[in-house]
Design a protein around this ligand. Sequence first.
Ligand SMILES: Cc1cc2nc3c(=O)[nH]c(=O)nc-3n(C[C@H](O)[C@H](O)[C@H](O)COP(=O)(O)OP(=O)(O)OC[C@H]3O[C@@H](n4cnc5c(N)ncnc54)[C@H](O)[C@@H]3O)c2cc1C
Ligand code: FES
Length: 238
Amino acid sequence: MAELNPAKEGGQAEEITEMVCLESDLKEGEMREVEVGSHKVLLVRSEGGYSAVGNLCTHYGATLSKGKTGLMGRAVCECALWEGSCYRMMCRMHAVKIENSKVFVSINKKDLEKTRRVKEMGCRVAGDSSTVLIIGGGPAALVCAETLRQESYGGRIIMATKEELPPYDRTKLSKAMNVKADSILLRQLDFYQSCDIEVWLRREAVSVNTDEKMVTFQDGSVQHYDQLLIATGSRSGF
Ligand SMILES: Cc1cc2nc3c(=O)[nH]c(=O)nc-3n(C[C@H](O)[C@H](O)[C@H](O)COP(=O)(O)OP(=O)(O)OC[C@H]3O[C@@H](n4cnc5c(N)ncnc54)[C@H](O)[C@@H]3O)c2cc1C
Ligand code: FES
C-alpha cells in the first residue's frame, strides 16, 4: 500500500513511499525491478545496503534490471554489455529504508519531472537573415541544429547530408537484423519542419571556401553560410 505525502494542504502528493519487498527477497549482489506508484524502479542490494534508481537507462531506455550488477553494485546496462564497453551510472537515486525487515522505497514526483529531457524548440524569426550551415546528418549535426533552436537562434539552419535519410541511430544497425529505416530515425520529418530546420538529403559537400564562406556540393550547387559546422563524423571526403 502506497503512502502519500502531500506537498501542502489540497496539493498533489509529491512523495510516494511503498513497501517493495522483504529484506530476505534479495541476496547480496542481486537486483530486481519493483514498482512504486506506477513507476518502475531498480532495487539493488550491495555491500550490505540497498539503492534504488529508475529502471530505464538514461542512454537509450534499456531495462536495467535485465543487465547485471557491476562494480560497487552499480547496474551494468545490457546495451553496454552488447558493446562490451562502459556502464552508465544512474544519477537520480530514490530513498530506501528498512523497517521490520521490510524494504520501503520513496520516490519524489517532482524529481522525476526534473529528469525529463524535454526542452522547448524555437523556430525562425522574421528579420534574422543569418545562416548556419551544418554539413553532415548524424547525431552531432542534429544536436547542433536542435540546440540552436532551443537556445533561440532565429536564423536559417541548413543540415546538408549525403545520406538518403535524415539523422538516424546508427548504433541500432549492429544490434538487430532487418531494421526498418523509419524505426531508427532520431526525429520524424515533421519535427524538422516544425522548427524550421532545412534537411537537405543526398547533398554531398565537396569543398569549403572559408574566405568566401561558401560550401560547394557535388551537384555543383553552392551555399553561403555565416557559421559552419562540419559534422561529418570521422571522414568528410573533402
Ligand atoms: C554499425 C554501428 C554501430 C554503432 N554502435 C554504437 C554503440 O553501440 N554505441 C556507441 O556509443 N556508438 C556506436 N556507434 C558509433 C556512433 O554511431 C557514432 O559515434 C556516431 O554516429 C557519431 O556521430 P557523428 O554525428 O559525429 O557522425 P556520423 O554519425 O558518422 O555522421 C556523419 C554524417 O555526415 C555525413 N557526411 C559525411 N561526409 C559528408 C559530406 N562530405 N557531405 C555531406 N554529408 C556527409 C555522413 O553520411 C553521416 O550521415 C556505432 C556506429 C556504427 C556505424
Ligand atoms: S541503453 Fe543503456 S548504455 Fe545504452
